[in-house]
Design a protein around this ligand. Sequence first.
Ligand SMILES: [Zn+2]
Ligand SMILES: [Zn+2]
Length: 172
Amino acid sequence: MKLKKNQLLQLRGGKFPIDETVKLNLARKHQQLISAEPARFTGEAYTTSGLFIVEGRVSGELTMECARCLVKFPYRYNVAIKETFMDENQIEFDVDEEMEIHPLEDDEIDIIPYLEAALLLSLPHTLVCGEDCKGLCPECGTNRNEKDCGCVVERIDPRLAVLGELFGKQDK
Ligand SMILES: [Zn+2]
Ligand SMILES: [Zn+2]
């Protein structure tokens, strides 16, 4: 999805509405990502004092693999974005760095990479199919959400196990 700079300049303060289906390239950007439906971006673009601003929300659905039970599940997202652009040759050094202005080299603004980045940033590092997912049995590999395999597994948090070892050594 590309926005033409000239078109935006002709708005003279007005806002250009955007409602488009966009294809995001997320392959291999998240360990648990299986596939991505095309996303929808709704928002607006406008110019103000030499800046080009695009804001709105990107929403859609991803198919993820649960980190605990490895079952595929749908993950819906709806992420707000606001990106500010400026002609590269107009950016001065005293522009506040915190404004995070992206330099524009040509006549178009390609918003897709920013949508991809915002979505990826919003994804938790570890995704589970549900907070109560019981995961796979470490003994026999059964999906414990589907059936109770009956294995007896000592529930020791690996972090606590390390502490247990430390204390064990101290006791000796
Ligand atoms: Zn799960
Ligand atoms: Zn088991």
